[in-house]
Design a protein around this ligand. Structure first.
Ligand code: SF4
Length: 368
C-alpha cells in the first residue's frame, strides 16, 4: 500500500536553502512542500528579514519549530541545562538540541523527504537523518541522492540488478555503453566517483530513474512514491546560479553577505559575514567577530555577556581581548593577507563568501 510521504525543506537563513525554496516553487510547484525554520532565538536580524521575504514569495507560512516551551528563548533554556557550558565545534549541543531534535519531533513517525540545498560545486553531504523514515535529497546536484544510497546502488554486488534496470529504463541507443560501465567493477583503477560520473555524463535523468527504481525494493521514503518529478531534473546549481535565483525572483540577499570596505594602516580590505546562524556562532572566523563588533555592536556585547565562569567562544582568546585596538588591527591585517593569497590562488570567483567558503568544515544544518 502506498503511504503518504511528506516533502519538507528547512530554511536556515543562509542563501542556499533560501535559493532552494525559490527553485522548488519555480520548477516543482507540483510537490507539496512544507517549509520550516528552527529558530535558536539568537539569529541575526537579517535572517528574520529573509524569512519574511520568503514567506511572501512562496505564498506560504514557514513553520517555526519550537525547541522548548519554557519562558526562556531556546538557546538560553538549554544553556541553563548545560550549566553555562558554551557549545563548541567539539561539543555542539546547540545543533542537536535546537535544530535536529525539534525537526525530528516535528516529523515524528511520518515518512518524509527532506530537501537540502547543498550545491553542485560543493563536496559535502550535510545532514542525513539517522531515522529511517527521513530521507535527504539534494536537488541542486546532478545526482539527487545521499552518498549512502549511491554507494549501495553502485556496489559491485548490485551490478546485475542495476544492469537490468538500465536495460529497462535507459535510452535504447545508450544501453550498450550503460552496460559496459555497470559491468566494470569498482576497483583502485575504476573508482566509485569515476563510475558515477561516467553514468551521469551519459544521462542524468536515467541515472536518477534507475536509482529510484532500485530503491523500490528498499525501505526509504521515496520507495513509497509512485512517481517523482524530480527525477527528470537535469539541472545543477552552483554558487552563481544561487545568486541568480535571488535576483530573478526579486528576493533580497541577506544583508550579512554584503561586502563592506574597511581600511587599516593604509591598507584596504572588505569583510562580511559568510554564513547565517546564531550571531555568536563559534564557527565564526576572527574577522567575522570584528565584523559583528563593528556592524552589530549590541549583538557583540550580548555575545560577550555569555563569556563568564571561564567559558569563552574561542579557545585561545576572549571577545574582550580581540577588540583591543592592536589586536583588531592585527586581525584585519592578517585577514587582508590571507584573502590576497586566496585570491591569487583561486580564479573561479572573487566573491568573499566563495573565496572563504572552504576554509572550515562547518555545521550544514545551520548554514546551508
Ligand atoms: S549557528 Fe552555530 S551556535 Fe547556532 S546552533 Fe548552529 S552551530 Fe550552534
Amino acid at each position: 500500500m502506498t503511504k503518504k510521504v511528506r516533502h519538507v525543506l528547512g530554511i536556515s537563513g543562509g542563501k542556499d536553502s533560501a535559493a532552494l525554496a525559490m527553485y522548488m516553487k519555480m520548477h516543482h510547484p507540483e510537490i507539496d512542500m512544507e517549509y520550516y525554520f528552527s529558530d535558536t532565538g539568537k539569529e541575526l536580524p537579517e535572517t528574520y528579514e529573509l524569512i519574511a521575504e520568503l514567506e511572501s514569495f512562496l505564498g506560504k507560512k514557514i513553520k517555526k519549530l519550537e525547541a522548548n516551551h519554557s519562558h526562556k528563548n531556546p538557546f538560553d533554556h538549554y544553556l541553563d541545562i548545560y550549566n553555562g557550558f558554551l557549545p563548541s565545534s567539539m561539543a555542539r549541543w546547540c545543533t542537536q538540541k535546537l535544530k535536529l531534535e525539534p525537526f525530528e519531533r516535528w516529523i515524528g513517525e511520518d515518512l518524509a523527504i527532506s530537501y537540502v540545498g547543498i550545491r553542485d560545486d560543493e563536496d559535502r553531504e550535510g545532514y542525513v537523518s539517522t531515522k529511517s523514515n527521513i530521507q535527504s535529497v539534494f536537488p541542486f546536484r546532478k545526482h539527487i541522492w545521499s552518498m549512502e544510497i549511491l554507494h549501495k546502488v553502485l556496489h559491485n554486488s548490485n551490478r546485475e540488478k542495476i544492469a537490468e534496470l538500465y536495460e529497462k529504463h535507459g535510452e535504447k541507443n545508450l544501453i550498450a555503453r550503460f552496460i559496459e560501465i555497470i559491468d566494470e567493477p569498482q576497483s583502485p583503477k575504476y573508482l566509485f566517483s569515476q563510475k558515477m560520473n561516467d553514468l551521469l555524463q551519459l544521462s542524468i535523468s536515467t541515472f536518477n530513474r534507475v536509482v529510484f527504481y532500485f530503491l523500490k525494493n528498499e525501505n526509504y521514503p521515496v520507495s513509497h512514491l509512485n512517481e517523482y518529478s524530480l527525477l527528470e531534473n537535469e539541472d545543477s546549481v552552483d554558487i552563481n546560479k544561487v545568486f541568480q535565483l535571488f535576483k530573478e525572483n526579486g528576493v533580497k540577499v541577506p544583508g550579512y553577505y554584503d561586502e563592506v570596505e574597511f581600511e587599516v594602516n593604509g591598507q584596504k580590505g572588505k569583510y562580511n559575514r559568510s554564513r547565517s546562524g546564531c550571531f555568536f556562532c563559534f564557527y565564526q572566523r576572527k574577522i567575522e567577530w570584528i565584523w559583528l563588533y563593528e556592524r552589530h555592536p549590541e549583538l557583540f556585547r550580548k555575545a560577550q555577556e555569555y563569556e563568564k565562569d571561564g567559558y569563552s567562544w574561542m579557545d585561545n582568546e576572549t571577545l574582550e581581548e580581540i577588540i583591543q585596538p592592536e589586536r583588531m588591527t592585527q586581525i584585519k591585517l592578517d585577514y587582508i593577507a590571507t584573502l590576497q593569497k586566496k585570491l591569487n590562488s583561486k580564479n573561479k570567483s572573487n566573491k568573499l563568501i566563495d573565496i572563504l567558503a572552504d576554509e572550515n568544515e562547518v555545521c550544514a544544518n545551520c548554514f546551508i
